[in-house]
Design a protein around this ligand. Structure first.
Ligand SMILES: Nc1ncnc2c1ncn2[C@@H]1O[C@H](COP(=O)(O)OP(=O)(O)OP(=O)(O)O)[C@@H](O)[C@H]1O
Length: 255
């Protein structure tokens, strides 16, 4: 479980995160949504320990991050997996070497143990035969699967994903979203995903935190987001004609 309490972060005069309090449960896909510039990436970087907040705390299973020793922080980081926006694979390495990378960094496994483990997770993301290929030979959807395999290879307790389906066609995007949701459930991972994709919200938004100008404006789930009367949320959700129609149908069904 991750608990965030009164998180503040500024850059010079710009107050980006303004007292965010929320929590994320294991086995759930937690989505951070909001318009461009609302603070989603800064928030995710705070969770990853890449940015230090001025005020507030982040606890991982009751351990407050800022109070941990250097070794404890390193240990915690080894339990975090990350899927970056552009997949961020190393072009010079083949897919298996990319997936093995966290094992080289954080474990003392032998080469054959690392190969076995990376092949196991590649199988889990439905890429059983891709390990000798270079990332450049893989499609965008395959690269995302490799990025997910790399993120889970060291059995993380926490998984962070920054716009995991950006640049993918809608069908592949849904497959990737669902793969993340299944893995989250199977391994009981606490997963936090930055997104501004309404399809992801509808598909995997088990918990949704809506940020507006660095403030937590609303939180709920995919079940409650279409029922809220919060103006900022409805402006965001119904900015597309399609979702306006979905809301209309929902209201008509209710009456
Ligand atoms: N290192 C930094 N120095 C100064 N300002 C920053 C820094 N990082 C982020 N910001 C500012 O913080 C604000 C929030 O940025 P952030 O990237 O978190 O938004 P976002 O919601 O992730 O947007 P997007 O959806 O476009 O990625 C922006 O005004 C941005 O300019």
């Amino acid at each position: 479980m991750i608990e965030v309490n009164n998180l503040h972060k500024s850059f010079g005069d710009i107050h980006v995160l303004k007292g965010i309090t929320t929590s994320f449960l294991p086995g759930q896909t937690n989505l951070i949504i909001g318009q461009s510039g609302s603070g989603k990436t800064v928030f995710l970087k705070c969770l990853l320990g890449l940015i230090e907040p001025e005020e507030g705390t982040i606890s991982f299973n009751d351990a407050i991050y800022s109070e941990l020793s250097v070794n404890e922080k390193r240990d915690l980081r080894s339990k975090m997996g990350m899927v970056f926006q552009g997949s961020a694979l190393f072009d010079s390495m083949n897919i298996q070497e990319n997936v093995m990378f966290p094992l080289r960094m954080f474990t003392k496994m032998t080469l054959s143990e690392m190969q076995d483990r990376s092949n196991e997770v590649l199988k889990r993301v439905n890429l059983p035969d891709a390990h000798k290929k270079k990332p450049s030979e893989a499609s965008g959807g395959m690269q995302k699967r490799v990025a997910i395999a790399r993120a889970i290879v060291n059995n993380p307790k926490y998984l962070f994903c920054d716009e995991p389906n950006s640049g993918l066609d809608p069908r592949t995007a849904i497959v990737i979203d669902n793969l993340i949701r299944e893995i989250t459930d199977e391994y009981n991972i606490t997963t936090v995903i930055n997104s501004h994709d309404m399809n992801s919200v509808m598909e995997i938004g088990e918990k949704i935190v809506f940020l507006k100008d660095g403030v937590k404006e609303w939180e709920g789930s995919k079940k409650t987001i279409f029922k809220t009367d919060n103006q900022a949320v409805t402006n965001f959700v119904y900015s597309s004609e399609l979702f306006k129609k979905v809301r209309q149908m929902y209201i008509e069904e209710r009456n």
